[in-house]
Write a protein that binds this ligand. Sequence first.
Ligand code: A4P
Ligand code: MG
Length: 205
Amino acid sequence: MTAREACHDRALVLSLGSNLGDRLANLQLGLDVVGSGAVDLEAVSSVYETDPVGGPDQADYLNAVLLAGSSLPAREILGLCATAEAAAGRVRMERWGPRTLDVDIIVYGEQVSADPALTLPHPRAYERAFVLVPWLELDPHAELPGWGAVAGLLAPATATGVRRRSDLRLALPDRPSKDGAAHNGPARNLPATGIATPGADAPCS
Ligand code: A4P
Ligand code: MG
């Protein structure tokens, strides 16, 4: 049994994006804040430099995808995403406009929702190469509920604006040792999430 099967109900796919300020540091901060809650980060993709999609004329983005597991309600995960964005000093000016950090929930288990406040799967993920390319890197067999295989969604032409930056890297927080006794990280200075994460430090039940 994997750790996720033992501890978490659902597989979580998150996307990170930044095109303002220190883009790499913003993505790392987002990863750290999300991983400081009851979200078990399992893998992070390479960092990709991507042409902006939609919105005003704006700078290129750095994008990455996280694979995780969690048993939190989806609303609490959305709250963690908002906390991460706030920690990076995000200011909302216009839709699809430049941002220090965007953290979106792409998929949460098999959950499907049409609620505008939390739409699952993410309503535009199916057509966004800046999400699909890093996700496929981590999981070549990834499936987007309602859409099918991610590999089948990614038309070669749409991936042209997505360039892997092999010189940039995001780090996952250190994980507990196998006996559960030691925990080395995350070592960075994290802002308080202000979000209740019941059971975050408790053994799996
Ligand atoms: N919301 C609903 N569903 C979700 C979800 N699954 N995950 C709501 C996260 N949020 C979700 O988001 C607007 C509202 O969506 C929130 O109130 C939330 O409750 P926002 O982050 O405030 O604003 P936004 O990101 O500008 O809007 P939107 O429509 O989510 O934008 P997208 O579709 O995420 O696109 N180009 C490149 N290359 N790379 C990028 O990362 N990102 C965008 C944003 C545009 N172009 C880009 C990139
Ligand atoms: Mg967003």
